[in-house]
Design a protein around this ligand. Structure first.
Ligand code: SIN
Length: 521
């Protein structure tokens, strides 16, 4: 048994930020299923939205967030995120983060501010086009130096341990190197496992994004909210061998124009903000164009900004495109929408408390009301930063009243088979194809019904694998993506309207009855 005050599951911006605070008041076990760096944060290109310029206002950032969220944001949460953002950014800078600074003076912000879809002002702090990578490096450096944090890489949580009084006491954790399952006990358990992109065939997410936090919380009986709102990023590179490479929305912020394969700019037909409309609108517009013309991709054209600017502002994207034979300064970039962000998740209050005692959820696997039905660009890293602080403020005061409960059942898995890795891979592909065909940008009741029937069969098959085969990372991940796929389908079936990232062609309008979708076991 491994005991600590806090068990933090996940090593993106939310988990690392929480661990760095929590270690001031207790011992932290930080587990992550691959290496510390393997998280969606490390792949984030755009940046963090934060008001830093006198020309900009908190009210304007709040308003933009609410508009993108299509009526489903919790205004109190949005206010907290926007108004406390500058303090959290300062903490990051004090830890060593360098955001791009201006080399010229055109306003009072010292930062070079990016613009992305749905923002009425330039307000995105960035570090070129590798903002997440830089933040992740800074947080990891600090975590490695911290005294009270014990890091467990290649450890994947199997399930939460919840007692009869609905109190979370820890988690069973699979240690990949030793192929054993350990019991981790803790006073406070924090889910910071990131998103669900791997439930879909095309995603901007890294391989680790298999919805583990949401699936575990669901199995443990927590409320899960708004999972129908899977945000598709409009512009992932279309290339048969490029895996999940994002072309940042900041490229459109700097003048990139979407064009169909006839070379026609089409966004003006869909929204007055054209290429910088909120993401759900741009993704649906691309989907419509693709279907109308029978094409597989559209183009993003930023050639007019010239090589010097593009190399300086987007060094990573420029280089990556060149690697695939596309010179952004001379060629249009082929792009498609891809699953990018899960706006729903484990239902939490403003302190990140779930419906299970002593279990918190922060970052992408949580649903706190900041993102509503469609997240505003560059509000996701902000979510992790702000609500890890709120979770810490609440949980540190709870520590003294919680004792570690050692009287928990042992993990039982008597299976001896190793399973067939190819079967597992097929199962994985089957789910992802099913979700991409039936539960993606445009849905309807018939497709959702078909998807549910099929996913229930797959779920049964995976249950059998679990009974017959020894625990492995692959098996756990497949189990989680199937679980999350089922939750997404059930949530989508409950919402009889179209709002934000959820579009059902049988109910193409918004309903006047605005409410969250809750799914629980
Ligand atoms: C991007 O760079 O386009 C991604 C930013 C985000 O998802 O907020």
């Amino acid at each position: 048994m491994i005991k600590s005050d806090y068990l933090v599951i996940g090593s993106g911006i939310a988990g690392l930020s929480f661990a760095l605070k929590a270690c001031r008041t207790g011992v932290v076990s930080l587990i992550t299923k691959r290496k510390l760096f393997d998280s969606s944060t490390g792949k984030a290109q755009g940046g963090i939205a934060c008001v830093t310029d006198k020309e900009d206002t908190f009210e304007s950032h709040i308003e933009d967030t609410l508009i993108a969220g299509a009526g489903l944001c919790n205004k109190e949460i949005v206010e907290i995120a926007v108004r406390t953002a500058p303090e959290r950014i300062k903490e990051l800078i004090d830890m060593g983060m360098n955001f791009a600074k201006k080399s010229y003076k055109d306003s009072d912000s010292e930062f070079e501010l990016g613009l992305e879809g749905g923002h009425s002002k330039r307000r995105v702090l960035h570090s070129g086009d590798i903002t997440g990578e830089e933040i992740e490096k800074v947080l990891i450096n600090n975590v490695k130096k911290a005294e009270n944090i014990n890091i467990f890489e290649e450890h994947m949580a199997v399930d939460l341990i919840v007692d009869k009084s609905n109190k979370c006491c820890g988690a069973y954790v699979y240690d990949e190197k030793n192929a054993t399952v350990e019991t981790f006990l803790a006073k406070i358990v924090v889910l910071a496992c990131g998103g669900t992109g791997k439930v879909y065939l095309y995603t901007s997410n890294p391989d680790v994004a298999t919805g583990d936090g949401i699936a575990m919380a669901y199995r443990a009986g927590a409320d899960i909210a708004n999972m129908e709102f899977i945000q598709f990023h409009p512009t992932c590179l279309y290339n048969p061998i490029a895996k999940s490479f994002l072309i940042s929305e900041a490229v459109r912020g700097e003048g990139g124009i979407l064009k169909n394969q006839k070379g026609e700019a089409f966004m003006e037909k869909y929204h007055p903000l054209k290429d910088l409309a909120p993401r759900d609108i741009v993704s649906r517009a691309i989907d419509t164009e693709l279907k109308k013309h029978g094409d597989k991709f559209v183009y993003l054209d930023i050639r007019h900004r010239g090589e010097d600017f593009l190399v300086k502002r987007f060094p990573n994207i420029y280089e990556k495109c060149l690697f695939y034979g596309i010179d952004m300064a001379r060629d249009m970039i082929p792009v498609v929408p891809a699953a990018h962000y899960c706006c729903g998740g484990v239902a939490v209050d403003k302190y990140a408390q779930t419906t299970i005692k002593n279990l918190f959820a922060i970052g992408e696997n949580a649903c706190n009301g900041l993102q509503g039905a469609n997240r505003l660009a560059s509000n996701s890293l902000l979510d992790g930063l702000v609500f890890s602080e709120y979770a810490y403020q609440k949980s540190k005061d709870m520590l003294k009243d919680i004792s570690i409960d050692e009287n928990v059942p042992e993990f039982v898995n008597e299976a001896t088979g190793n399973g067939d890795p190819t079967t597992m891979l097929h199962k994985w592909e089957e789910v992802r194809r099913l979700m991409s065909n039936y539960v993606a940008i445009v849905r309807n009741d018939e497709r959702l019904q078909m998807a549910l029937k099929r996913i229930e069969l797959i779920k049964d098959e995976v249950k059998n694998h679990f009974r017959d085969f020894k625990v492995s990372m692959e098996l756990l991940e497949v189990k989680n993506i199937v679980e999350v796929a089922e939750i997404i389908i059930k949530s989508a079936m409950k919402r009889k309207e179209s709002r934000g990232a959820h579009f059902n062609s049988d109910y193409p309008k918004k309903s006047s009855n605005i409410k969250d979708t809750i799914v629980a076991k």
